[in-house]
Design a protein around this ligand. Structure first.
Ligand code: ATP
Length: 251
């Protein structure tokens, strides 16, 4: 898959500038973490990448191809998993195949054998093959989120996006889910962009970090460059107390 080029993206909502002149390139297979305080523009950026929101200016390119509108080759993992609780993990994963199919087939919910194999492989990737027949509603929060990842993988996406995928999980489950997401991305050389609030988790799982503040890219670099000062600059420009707490938390 070609690199993703984000070129001069700006998004305004009336007088609010949600994103301002954001530009970066992501090579195939990179695992990128978006960092930034609430309101920094992370969700806006992910929504533009996913085609759910149109930018006011600028564009997103896969190689030379400009992306526009909703795209079935982009998988999305949400904070809320949006599973059908009455269906099994397997059937939920399988619904990832629907977005690739035509409407009639989707309505009839016919699936090809390759789709079924994909669903089982995706569940295996997230460590849930043995639980394939378990009802989603009876699963833990972490397991549900892993089914959500499997569903995104069944789409066979070129790009996986995740908007605060572990925000509602306890630390142990959050770490587990991030581990599966990273392994899934590695196994499939799948470019992934995930927004995270937990800097510790971000450091553990990210390869590259894009820091947003007030809609602007204020940092773009690797783990070694993500120093305490950089984290401070992204999150707590003028808040010394919060800054001290962060320094303690990530040591
Ligand atoms: N649909 C919208 N209409 C108006 N303003 C919006 C809309 N969506 C986002 N905004 C504004 O754009 C800015 C960026 O919001 P965004 O949700 O992208 O931030 P975020 O970094 O994802 O925050 P959080 O971590 O709280 O989810 C905020 O000021 C927000 O209020």
């Amino acid at each position: 898959m070609p690199a993703i080029n984000v070129e001069n993206l700006t998004k305004r909502y009336g007088d609010t500038v949600a994103l301002e002149d954001a530009s970066f390139t992501i090579p195939e297979g990179e695992f990128v973490v978006l960092l930034g305080p609430s309101g920094a523009g992370k969700s806006t950026l992910l929504r533009i990448l996913n085609g759910l929101t149109e930018p006011t200016e600028g564009g997103v390119y896969m190689g030379d191809r400009k992306l526009s509108g909703r795209r079935s080759d982009i998988g999305m993992v949400f904070q809320m998993h949006y599973l059908v609780e009455s269906m099994s993990a397997y059937k939920n994963a399988l619904t990832g195949a629907l977005s690739r199919e035509d409407l009639v087939r989707s309505l009839l919910t016919w699936y090809d054998t390759p789709d079924k194999v994909n669903a089982l492989e995706a569940l295996d990737t997230v460590g849930l093959l043995d639980e394939a027949q378990q009802r989603a509603g009876s699963m833990s929060g972490g397991q549900k989120q892993r089914v959500g990842i499997a569903r995104a993988l069944v789409q066979q996406p070129d790009l996986m996006l995740a908007d605060e995928p572990v925000a509602s999980l306890d630390p142990k489950a959050a770490e587990e889910v991030m581990g599966y997401m990273r392994d899934a991305a590695k196994e499939r050389t799948l470019t992934t962009i995930a927004s995270l609030h937990q800097v510790g988790l971000a450091r553990e799982f990210g390869e590259r970090y894009i820091g947003l503040r007030d809609g602007r890219v204020v940092f773009d670099g690797g783990k070694d460059d993500l120093t305490m000062d950089v984290v401070d600059e992204i999150y707590y420009e003028d808040d010394e107390e919060a800054s001290a707490a962060t320094q303690e938390a990530i040591q």
